[in-house]
Design a protein around this ligand. Structure first.
Ligand code: CA
Length: 220
């Protein structure tokens, strides 16, 4: 029992939230508004947002990049954990979704910490390299198209400082990664990514079973 991860049942998950979730009201309202969208499942779990915020605080992070902002929940959770002069670059392809988040960022008083870049995220990451920003970033959160995960990871690693962390979402993919019958393109892309990071000697690694699986890779 104690030497393996406890399976999180519905009731245990409810308990976990009861005794640990401290979701600020502005985040709860952004989550409620996002829940009305057909794509609502793309939002991270609130306990995961809280976990990433804590991670940033532990690291003393000041500079964060996000690939896949959607309606801005994770960006807001992370921006709230940054110091006032912290900076978060939020990359997404959709103006509409990001604009929804921006209203809540403003309300939370952290919109001046968040800079959005709309367009293909690989272009945005490459542009950051061009701006001589390589090697200066503390944290990169990847939660976008699964078939490009390795590309985001590789581009992100170049931008991170040694000791910086790439956090990659959905690496357990609802359990589908462990089902050999599932040959879906996204499932296979996540499997390939997971093997890639596992074999990558440039990083220290943990796959944390929170939300839909969050892989943390620390650049050596
Ligand atoms: Ca996700």
């Amino acid at each position: 029992m104690s030497n393996r991860t406890t399976a999180v049942t519905e009731s245990l998950h409810e308990y976990l939230l009861q005794v640990s979730l401290r979701e600020p009201d502005v985040l709860a309202r952004l989550r409620a508004e996002t829940a009305r969208l057909p794509e609502a499942r793309m939002q991270i779990a609130p306990e995961q947002g809280q976990f990433m915020a804590l991670l940033l605080q532990i690291m003393g992070a000041r500079r964060v990049i996000e690939v896949g902002t959607f309606t801005g929940y994770s960006a807001l959770a992370m921006a709230l954990a940054l110091p006032p002069d912290g900076r978060l670059i939020a990359c997404d392809i959709s103006h509409e979704w990001v604009d929804m988040g921006r209203r809540f960022w403003r309300e939370a008083g952290v919109d001046d910490r968040i800079e959005t870049r709309i367009g293909p995220a690989l272009d945005s990451l490459q542009a950051l390299r061009g701006e001589a920003e390589a090697g200066h970033w503390d944290f990169l959160f990847v939660d976008a198209d699964k078939t490009a995960y390795i590309d985001y990871y590789e581009a992100g690693l170049e931008l991170l400082r040694p000791g910086g962390v790439v956090a990659v979402d959905n690496t357990l993919w609802h359990g589908a990664v462990a089902d050999p019958r599932d040959q879906d393109e996204d499932t296979e892309a996540i499997r390939v990514f997971n093997r890639h990071v596992h074999a990558d000697e440039r990083v220290d690694l943990s796959l944390v079973p929170i939300g839909d699986g969050l892989s943390l890779a620390r650049k050596r």
